[in-house]
Design a binder for this molecule. Sequence first.
Ligand code: DGJ
Length: 731
Amino acid sequence: MPIEFDPKQQVFHLYTDGMSYVIGLIKDIYLAHYYWGARILTVHAASKWRFGQRPNTPTPEYPDLTLHLDTLPQEYPTHGRGDYRPPALGLTVLEDGVSALKLAYRGHCIERGKRPLSGLPAAFVTDEAQATTLTVELGDEAVGLSVELSYALFERFNLVARSAKIVNAGTRRLAVETAMSASVDLPHDAYDILHLWGAPLRERMVERQPLAPGTFRFGSTRGASSHYHNPFFALLRRDATEDTGDVYGFSLVYSGNFLAQTHVDHDLSVRAMIGIHPFQFRWILEPGETFQTPEALLAYSGEGLGGLSRMLHRFIRQHVMRHPFGVTERPILLNSWEAMYFSISEDRLLALAERAAEAGMELFVIDDGWFGERNDDTRALGDWTVNREKFPSGFAALAEAFRSKGLKLGLWIEPEMISPESALYREHPDWVLRTPYREPVRSRHQWVLDLSREEVVAHLMGVIDALLASAPIAYVKWDFNRYLTDVWSRALSAERQQEVAHRYMLGLYRLLAHVTERHPHVLIEGCAGGGGRFDLGMLQFMPQMWTSDNSDAASRIFIQYGTSICYPAIAMGAHVSSVPNHQIGRVTPLGFRAHVAMSGNLGYELDLTALNASERAAIREQVRLYQEIRPIVQFGDFYRLVDPFVTRDRASWMFVDEARREAVVFYFQILAEPNSPVRRLKLKGLDPQALYEAPELGFVMSGAEWMHAGFALPTLASDHQSLLIRLKQVP
Ligand code: DGJ
């Protein structure tokens, strides 16, 4: 994956087989953006930009009247010298209040491999040959500021991982107010933006809308990436579709407050950026100190949105999820929550485990309610010792009992939280995130621990180490059921209080790094009230996420479809739950629920002891089937076939294994239609030359026929019906 510097044109060409990303220097000073898109073989920098005089526009290189920052496409723009668009970097010299910056090129280096980011999750390589990194140093001599922009290019991926390191190289104190992870100025064209928004129980709804002049921004200021907006967006050329056209993806590797922003200016160019949200953010840099931004992944696809998704899915499995979880199959689990809520006990769980084992499940997860005085959600968060009244034998013995049935043991925790009614609060009332003025706001009756403080993080490391040493625990479900309020830390001075939200994230990442290094084989599933922190920062440590607290299969079709835009199926925890559904009361057939859940990481979350023999037999068969198709679902390529956000009443998607020998197709009829038209389903991603047999349908066709001519779907007579069709190449 070469990165080449042409000293004559002062141009950096970052390219893979399918992509070029071209930046360069203007007047030896400004780092400009020339091109990003399909691979080009030659670069002629001067043809990419037109200089000329413009009315009423500042000219920072006077007497040259032709250079204007307000229209120059730049890589890390600042404010104050004639660029009136949103800046990537904003800071103030505290001594005198100066904030107008001039970042000028100082040097660069190109090296093999990719370095980790200090204190933050980031895409990684397992072998130096997998990436090449360009670092461009910019600086403002007068301010005493240095900025290192990092661009890592990965083998076989049309993607650049970008981040910025801000260094106070001078003698005066600086306050960083805006520090985006990446910013790109794309030339004038008609673009749409696609982003994922929603709310708890309705996460990652797909929204595509045209970009128009002005600023469009969304983000989170909740202290977590959130259920409401996801730290991802795509710019699509207006004619791009699911399968064709240019699409640019921006994904932030961060789990806290974020801002995603596009700005279409008077010249119709588009500035797109993503990074930590500047609202209530201000980071003081003493002389010699450094601020590292999170990383952003900038991905390009010339094969539509589907091509972008598939590339991101592969990339996340190989370079984001901690090794080896991106390449190892995930266990089929039974979770106790919707089966029993807080009414858990050793006896009840053993009876449930018996049924789970009979069905062939592989992991038993004890959800909330196993610790301290936790009999409801008003108390005991922080008291992470097993409740011996509920579990007289303790977890070591219970794990052994599960093991003898072929089940591993998993446990729920919510370590970032504290209940006002807890031993931990009685001992450390000062560990709560709160201001000195008043009692902090409660949410789900609980408060948040101040993870910006070293001693709090150290305490949690000890608690989790002890828990994981107490029994063979193979899996942890890491919950986070409320957002931050009263963000203030007694450990920091007044002028540093706007660092707390980011310091909280750094504390959390330190904790997660410790836990995952000490206990590398424990699979952690992130939760955050179901899908509230579904982001790449979390996926680094927690390679699967409880996708939503909404386990209704019909709702899940939308949620999982939206999530698939930028996250792989292996990341999506998806459970079969009971009916009427506990969140919205809908009744759907067991087979339909299973097909939706099999499209992600299959689990069950219902009381198996309350089911009849035929339901139990059906579940046994589902588990067996999923075990067969699991490698294709978890490691295959994903193709979206029918978009429920368009049809509202049906959806379809499919998985194809890497060698294109096998595929699994899912079709969902959400609402039935009387006397419906004959619908043909056309598949994708197959080898056009090969013959594929579909035993469920009873016919054999070439890949080309499956894809171009398709097949007539059988009539599905009622609501919530589904098909699972397997395709196998005929030798
Ligand atoms: C919220 C989660 O999303 C649920 O799955 C469950 O774990 C509860 N918390 C437990 O309190």
